[in-house]
Design a protein around this ligand. Structure first.
Ligand SMILES: Cc1ncc(C[n+]2csc(CCOP(=O)(O)OP(=O)(O)O)c2C)c(N)n1
Ligand SMILES: [Mg+2]
Length: 392
């Protein structure tokens, strides 16, 4: 396992101690709500993901895990910084590179690992595998393998919370490849005309499989255009810096939480005159990088080793470690302990997955059709809305 990516190297320490250290110190000050405990939690969460992913790679090589498997190493700050800015019942949904945001959201690594091992104890009973994590309890609505397929679902989650007059914000994660999908544009359009409480979180790691964003995406140099096409708020942050991710998300999540549908508030108005967009949906471009291949079977011929190494110098975990030590928030010894705990937890997850029973064959015929809200009859309210105050 590549210990070097996580543990402090003298070289990265030197890089960090320059002006970057001052910038980060300021970032901490502009987020006074970030207590020392919360900073440490964010570090632990990123370490948990990194060590989990290393074990995932190892288990894949040992053929314990089958099918497609996409590693999140390098992108940890995106999931951790953004989810730290949410309420615990704010829904999240994303694509197949889902281990990071599932763990950051609170999924037990045991159930995540068991899912990939195809075991019945997995978060999706072993039926979904790496790409289809799901955790209703933690409001994590998948894990979706169809590029862009999660965008309409995220829009639906945001629509539901607005319709039910809840004050939730949905985070819909997508890769840079997804911005060229029709589903993404349909979802952006609906989110804009209904002013839905959703943030489309572009995890912009510059590559869709082996295609660089500049080769595959119009206006790649100015992705603000994608938001402007829908009159939607645009923001961006440094996805290799968890504090920048957190502070940017905190600001945008707070604005988005107030999203109201002007058509419902004041009767129909033309959508092109949509008001209140400062408090509406947002398209967030998070510049990040994946240190590993697209999936476990990627020879990575499309990028230079030097490019990956240069990005590893900016490793989000090392950067936070440096800050915590520099600010006397934590010591190297404590950090080593956190890391030891993260490694032990990942190892325990593998043990649990190994020892769990396989999915019984009968399970193949369950969870196919779901109708928990009862039959809908024309003219009647659906079960889910009966007895609810709809404000009429
Ligand atoms: C509709 C659809 N087309 C093609 C694919 C094949 N495919 C799987 S991943 C991928 C690249 C997506 O890249 P990106 O959205 O940037 O996400 P990342 O892998 O970088 O996280 C493609 C084309 C797919 N899964 N779904
Ligand atoms: Mg990508």
């Amino acid at each position: 396992m590549n210990e070097a990516t996580l543990l402090l190297s003298k070289k990265s320490e030197k890089t960090f101690m320059s002006s970057a250290a001052q910038d980060k110190a300021q970032a901490n000050q502009i987020a006074p709500e970030l207590s020392n405990d919360k900073l440490i939690d964010m570090l632990k969460s990123m370490m948990q993901i990194r060590r989990f992913e290393e074990r995932t790679m190892q288990s894949y090589m040992q053929q314990k895990i089958g099918g497609f498997c996409h590693i999140y190493i390098g992108q940890e700050a995106v999931a951790v910084g953004s989810i730290s800015a949410l309420k615990s019942d704010d829904p999240i949904v994303g694509a197949y590179r889902d281990h990071g945001f599932a763990l950051a959201r609170g999924m037990d690594p045991k159930y995540a690992m068991a899912e990939m091992f195809g075991k019945v104890t997995g978060c999706s009973k072993g039926k979904g595998g790496s790409m289809h994590f799901f955790d209703k309890e933690h409001h994590m609505y998948g894990g979706h393998a169809i590029v862009g397929g999660q965008c309409p679902l995220g829009t639906g989650l945001a629509f539901a919370s607005q319709y039910e007059k809840k004050d939730n914000v949905t985070l819909c994660y997508l890769g840079d490849g997804a911005v060229n999908q029709g589903a993404f544009h349909e979802a952006m359009n609906l989110a804009a005309i209904w002013n839905l409480p959703i943030i489309f979180v572009l995890e912009n790691n510059s590559y869709s499989m082996g295609t660089h964003i500049n080769r595959g995406t119009a206006m790649a140099n100015d992705l603000r255009a994608k938001a402007e096409a829908y009159g939607m708020r645009y923001a961006e942050c440094d996805g290799l810096d968890v504090l920048d991710v957190y502070t940017t998300f905190k600001r945008e999540v707070d604005k988005t939480r107030n999203a109201k549908n002007p058509q419902w508030e004041r009767g129909m108005i033309p959508s092109y005159k949509r008001e209140g967009e400062a408090n509406g949906p947002c398209f967030m471009n998070v510049k990040t990088y994946r240190y590993k291949g697209h999936s476990m079977s990627d020879p990575q011929k499309y990028r230079a080793k030097e490019e990956v190494e240069a990005k590893q110098e900016l490793d989000p975990i090392n950067r936070l470690v440096n800050l915590l030590i520099e600010k006397n928030i934590s010591t190297q010894d404590q950090i080593d302990e956190f890391d030891k705990a993260a490694k032990a937890e990942a190892q325990a997850a593998v043990k649990y997955a190994n020892e769990s029973p396989d999915m019984p064959q009968e399970e193949l015929f369950t969870d196919i059709y779901v109708n928990p809200y009862g039959p809908y009859k024309k003219g009647e309210l659906p079960e889910m809305l009966k007895g609810k105050d709809l404000g009429e």
